[in-house]
Design a protein around this ligand. Sequence first.
Ligand code: FUL
Length: 520
Amino acid sequence: MNDQERLEKYVSIVPSVNQKHFQRQRFNVFFHYGTNTFTAKEWGDGKADPQIFNPTEQDTDQWLRAVKEAGAYGVILTCKHHDGFCLWPTKTTDYSVASSPYKDGKGDVVKEVSDSCRKYGIKFGIYLSPWDRNHEAYGTEGYNDVYCGQLEELLTGYGEIFCVWLDGACGSYMDGKPKQVYDWDRYFATIRRLAPNACISNCGPDVRWVGNEGGFARESEWNVVPKFAFDIQSIEATSQQSDDGDFAKKEADIISPDLGSREFLKDFNSFIWYPAEVDVSIRPGWFYHKSQDKAVRSLKNLLKIYYNSVGGNSTLLLNVPPDRRGLLHENDVKRLKELGKHIQESDAQLLKVKAISAPVAEEGFDIEGVLEYSYDESTFDPINYYTPKEERGSYEIELVLDQPAKINRLQLVENVAFSQRIENFEIYAFVKGKYKKVYDGTTVGYCRIATFKAVTTDKVKVVLTSVRKKPYIEFIGVYADNGVLIKDTLRQKFVKWLHHVNYIAYIKRENKKNKKGDGQ
Ligand code: FUL
């Protein structure tokens, strides 16, 4: 493939309807809940007595009210974590709520959470750990039947499921058991058959684990990546393999700082649409620990995560663990409320634009279309969007505000039905008679929220300095100052640099091993 053919190829890779839907739901909440909640462990060994699972005040409506207030779209519940304890009365094992004192063994936490989701208009998704430290069949082929049986129960008994989250973490060596050969293809086929609208996330083909649990997305997140990125083994290998308590804190696990630049893609020949998700906990642990009640992330910290992930072409999955009462702790609820308030107020700061100009549009796709964010509920494609008539080296879009305002951010959205095309862009604000550069950016994709030092202006210019092919822009929004400025600390800059160096060395080694790239 020559350079032009390569670019054509990259922009021909587009999301499925499920993926478009998923990316519209920018922010979801994770619930880690189970026997670990009562043993204060992160990784249960599967030996905890089911009798300990005994929440006395469980109220999943309280959980969902907090999710709603946070402004999230969906919820994912750990229906079974690595310890194997099932939060629903499954037929596949006795190790479940049915053997617990909760509601005298008649309880079904999955049902309660999914019912509450529906009540509050929130999507419901399931986490079902492949690694199971309790089931006697684990380590044998029979376990694949058990796992598919569990999927079947969950995907048929609890209404519409928007996501199945497959965790790659596995420390089976800890139990001296043979390594389980997971039948991933069978798992995927079962999910596609029973939940055709669900995205399969993490160790799945639809949504990519960002590569760390510290809340960090890459500076440039690409959705079009080499096919090799969907390599279950590599995800499994880099996933958590010991319960060291430190894992969640690390920001250093991003294995590759670049999965999709032109430079990087040139060594490969087959590509997939594989958008990133940042999964991170609001506390140091994934499960509830009383000792961490005062360690709930600050709003400032959550905002950094939010703007980096949601504002950086990645979805956010924020874990908030219910406590032993079966409630979300007051401190977490308070924080979720603050986060939701921030998001809502910030969205409402969208400024009116009285004039907008850009290179001549293709007929029917005028630049005015980018001033409104609206999409079709079945295809998840935007109703209005802009695309220029001609290919050019760069594209300038100017927005004249209704009146001068102090601004600190700009949101850009590409119409991803035409792939991800913008590689570099700059933002300028008109100050004292001339344009001043306020931001230098790279990727856009489904959402880029560029924050910059607040500036008072009545005119803003966005210049797309490098694109793969002519852009398809769905939305541009300029917002009044909300006091947020997201910048890397020196330490983060250093960590990113270190990764880059390590990664280049890794790629060189891999390329040496396999001269043919991805072999296609
Ligand atoms: C990891 C697991 O080992 C953690 O316990 C947690 O569930 C996290 C989301 O994924 O791989």
